[in-house]
Design a protein around this ligand. Structure first.
Ligand code: 13P
Ligand code: SF4
Length: 311
């Protein structure tokens, strides 16, 4: 990229010329959140993709978010700034092994977290995000046997708050599993009045310290509504951008991971996206997300079911 280019102005010009919409997840770098047309959690991004009339969707997030948008909008061009922006949680659930697991439990309803490949969604009955997982699980009768995958931490948390015993896949997110109980307790000593905000992908021991467990959108909503001044935030630290923007008078402290001296916890996949790559993606319309037709035809059903239930 020509270093003299004003990237933000160029991106703006290209999105208008091409009738493109830039969607960004809360975990994106600040500069991407600043320029996106819309930022949100996984559910809101899917809802947005489903209703946009843009010709091109640029999904600034990770690969499964681009796939979900493409499945919902097969006639649109869906671009992602970096093809290597994967997800360790989605990778912890290979489609062939998960399909086998589903086959071994034919009397179970299959509920999958949105952080999965299209091929996993194709063998799923209904998709959920952290925002609507409780609501969707509770839409099934208590006696209904359920497989929930791939996140065991979210699964355990939903089991505990809905009093169920769903059969869990043994997957996890390498970012959320890294938060340290000890370091959060240390921070709590420094800020005794602080609310601890925890994403349900964190381990149960971390969730136990929480004043609020929720999706990124849920934690943001809690921070906005709360009359507390300090918040210790145990999720990817990109969310602090929107929290600080919405609540400039409040203090947001990122919870650190256990294995480093780093003060905050970033998802290396989410952070692969940069302004420069976003510019190139819009300019060259590449990399494009393509989903196999047969898989997409099956995967759209559980995604639509989720959107209907959480409308
Ligand atoms: P939400 O934004 O839906 O809470 O998801 C978090 C996440 O890890 C996305 O990868
Ligand atoms: Fe996947 Fe975890 Fe990164 Fe979210 S934070 S995209 S679950 S690896």
């Amino acid at each position: 990229v020509d270093k003299t280019l004003d990237l933000k102005a160029e991106i703006d010009k290209l999105r208008k010329e091409k009738n493109a919409v830039i969607l960004g997840h809360y975990y994106q770098a600040d500069e991407i959140q600043e320029i996106a047309d819309f930022i949100g959690d996984s559910l809101a991004l899917a809802q947005w993709a489903a209703k946009t009339d843009a010709d091109i969707i640029v999904m600034c997030g990770v690969h499964f978010m681009g796939e979900t948008a493409k499945i919902l909008c097969p006639d649109k061009k869906v671009l992602i700034p970096d093809f290597n922006a994967g997800c360790s949680l989605a990778d912890s659930c290979p489609a062939d092994k998960f399909s086998q697991f589903v086959k071994e439990h034919p009397d179970h309803t299959v509920i999958s977290y949105v952080n999965t490949s299209a091929a996993v969604k194709a063998v799923t009955d209904v998709v959920v995000t952290s925002t609507n997982a409780k609501q969707i699980v509770e839409s099934f009768a208590k006696e209904q046997k359920i497989i929930f995958g791939p996140d065991k931490n979210l699964g355990n948390y939903i089991n505990s708050i809905t009093n169920r015993n769903m059969l869990l896949w043994d997957g996890a997110c390498h970012v959320h599993e890294k938060f340290s109980v000890e370091k959060i307790i240390e921070l709590k000593k420094q800020y005794p009045d602080a609310d601890v905000l925890v994403h349900p992908e964190c381990k149960g021991a971390v969730a136990k310290l929480a004043d609020k467990v929720g999706s990124t959108a849920g934690l943001l909503k809690h921070a906005i509504a709360s009359d507390k001044k300090n918040f210790i935030v145990a999720t990817e630290s990109g969310i602090l951008y929107e929290m600080r923007k919405k609540c400039p008078e409040k203090n947001f402290i990122p919870a650190p991971p256990e294995d480093s001296t780093c003060a905050c916890n970033e998802c290396n996949f989410m952070r692969l996206n940069t302004l420069e790559k976003l510019y190139n993606t819009l300019k060259y319309e590449w990399p494009e997300v393509i989903v196999d037709n047969e898989i997409a035809d099956k995967a759209i059903r559980p995604i639509k079911k989720m959107l209907e239930i959480s409308a």
